[in-house]
Unconditional design. Structure first.
Length: 257
């Protein structure tokens, strides 16, 4: 339920240090993507770790320029070669790319059937994109990785994914720090002796949403994991829920046809 997102980390030592720090802090989910250009370094960090491979949930994604049935299969082979692993736990479509996403989805489902990845997922899918998968073959992803935080609670998408047993994962639990000075969150954090960032992460976890943190600072990696020794009260959860303002810090996938 808590993982390290490797977007934005420089290739080489920085990525390796981040992954190593995360594993040391207790993280067991590592998320990367072909477009991040650091799969090779993620794989090296995993091989150097004392944590057995089967205890680590490894996720990567196919980028838009590699979508299509045959192209997705080839992209997966390249990712596996760079990571130097026999399988990944989750392989996802990075964006709902028009015209190619259904063929790409069929390719990912084939990889699951062959046992080369354990599960198939999507990223940045709105409800209508998920409905398209349901209408086509009723083979739904196990994961949908999206923006999700108190400032963008995506209530309709959240409820739809719950209905179809799709695990939501947030890649932006802190809204990239845009509301870091929010007094409402700070006051709640002070009551628990925690930071605002820890409260935002805990809020998502208590909503049943898995969290990817995005930092290369080992101290912050550890701090973001220090969220399992307290529970946010129902009153404070309601207060955090009320902060929704449909704030997006990335591109809006609901505008994708």
């Amino acid at each position: 339920m808590l993982g390290l997102g490797c977007i934005g980390t420089d290739t080489g030592a920085e990525t390796r240090r981040s992954v190593e720090a995360a594993l040391e802090a207790g993280y067991r989910m590592i998320d990367t993507a072909s477009v991040y250009e650091n799969e090779e370094d993620v794989g090296e960090a995993l091989r150097n770790a004392t944590i057995p491979r089967h205890d680590i949930f490894l996720s990567t994604k196919v980028w838009n320029s590699d979508q299509g049935y045959d192209e997705t299969l080839r992209a997966f082979d390249r990712s596996l070669e760079l990571l130097k692993v026999d399988y990944v736990d989750l392989y996802s479509l990075h964006w709902p790319l028009i015209r190619l996403r259904m063929e790409s989805w069929k390719a990912v489902r084939r990889l699951v059937s062959e046992g080369r990845c354990k599960a198939a997922g999507v990223c940045n899918y709105a409800v209508r994109h998920l409905k398209e998968l349901w209408t086509d073959g009723r083979e739904m992803p196990v994961v949908n990785q999206v923006e999700f935080n108190p400032y963008l609670n995506q209530h309709r998408l959240y409820e739809w994914c719950r209905q179809y047993d799709i695990q939501l994962v947030t890649h932006s639990p802190l809204a990239r720090g845009i509301r870091r000075k929010d007094r409402n969150v700070k006051e709640i954090a002070e009551r628990y002796g925690k930071s605002s960032e820890q409260v935002l992460i805990r809020w998502a976890l208590q909503r049943g949403v898995a969290v990817l943190t995005r930092t290369t600072d080992p101290a912050l990696v550890a701090a973001h994991a220090d969220v399992f020794d307290f529970d946010i009260s129902l009153r404070d959860m309601d207060a955090l829920d009320s902060l929704n303002e449909n704030l997006r810090v990335g591109w809006d996938p609901t505008k994708s046809p």
